[in-house]
Design a protein around this ligand. Structure first.
Ligand code: BTN
Length: 259
């Protein structure tokens, strides 16, 4: 097993970023990095502060799901203070940063499933969770939570084995979590600065989605939609064409690919 220390110094040393990952708070074991990130943000932590845990005991997924993050995986949250206009882009930014860093460190190609899953060979390798506090049109904080299955043997986790994969399963060898984390923090800052400079990441995100052109079933709250995933809007929502020709714009949901 490749064992790498996730100590703050090993992450920040010569990282080369201006703010993302310049302050790292590390826990060997934690309920959820989102909880600590929220407390830190409420106390005005510096932008780019990273909360990282070797394992989470109550990892949070989207739609109130549980996220498994045993030792060997990556579980981290990054605190940002974006303007409200950039909020919808955070999902794009995070999933693209994961895609880029997986490829840079391992050579593995991944794709995205709307809205925020990173897939390798159609199986989920990473999930992204965005939580924000917006009051009176002002973003008080936004937290990007990222969980990556790095060195996991899926046979040890039968509950996710049919739909999930890990970098080590795909490669047949273990991967340095430290290299993935450092690359990820650099990519996150690069894409965040692209947005701040008026650039766009929407096109690359759209073109990386496996979802488009596919027949899908989308569960959004209590509503189930079925149709062809036609496109995504710049605000990140999914445009779904129904068999009667009508179009639905879906802001959040859970997609199952039908063919
Ligand atoms: C999903 O449901 O796909 C999103 C999963 C997000 C998991 C990450 S792991 C780091 C951060 N801390 C959490 O408790 N959740 C996010």
């Amino acid at each position: 097993m490749v064992e790498n220390s996730l100590s703050p110094i090993s992450i920040t040393n010569n990282l080369g970023t201006h703010f993302v990952g310049q302050r790292v708070i590390y826990y060997p074991s934690l309920t959820s990095t989102m909880e600590v990130a929220k407390q830190e943000a409420q106390q005005g932590a510096a932008e780019g502060t990273v909360i990282i845990a070797d394992e989470q005991t109550a990892g949070k997924g989207r739609i109130k799901r549980v996220w498994l993050s045993p030792k060997g995986s990556i579980a981290l949250s990054v605190i940002l203070y974006p303007s409200v206009a950039y909020l919808p882009s955070l999902i794009m930014l995070a999933s693209l940063a994961v895609m880029h860093s997986i490829e840079a460190v391992t050579g593995l190609k991944s794709r995205l499933k709307w809205p925020n899953d990173v897939l390798i060979n159609d199986k989920k390798v990473c999930g992204v969770l965005i939580e924000s506090n917006v009051r009176g049109g002002i973003v008080h904080y936004a937290i990007i939570g990222i969980g990556i299955n790095v060195n996991l043997r899926l046979c040890d986790f039968p509950e996710i084995q049919p739909t999930a994969t890990s970098l080590s399963e795909e490669l047949g060898r273990n991967v340095s979590r430290l290299n993935v984390i450092r690359c990820l923090l650099v990519e996150l800052e690069k894409l965040y600065l692209t947005l701040a400079d008026g650039g766009s990441i929407y096109e690359e995100w759209r073109d990386s989605l496996v979802t488009l052109g596919r027949r899908v079933r989308v569960k959004s709250g209590e509503t189930i939609y079925e149709g062809i995933a036609e496109s995504v809007a710049r605000d990140g929502s999914l445009l779904l064409r129904h068999s009667d020709g009508s179009l639905s714009k879906i802001v959040a949901g859970d997609v199952t690919l039908r063919d």
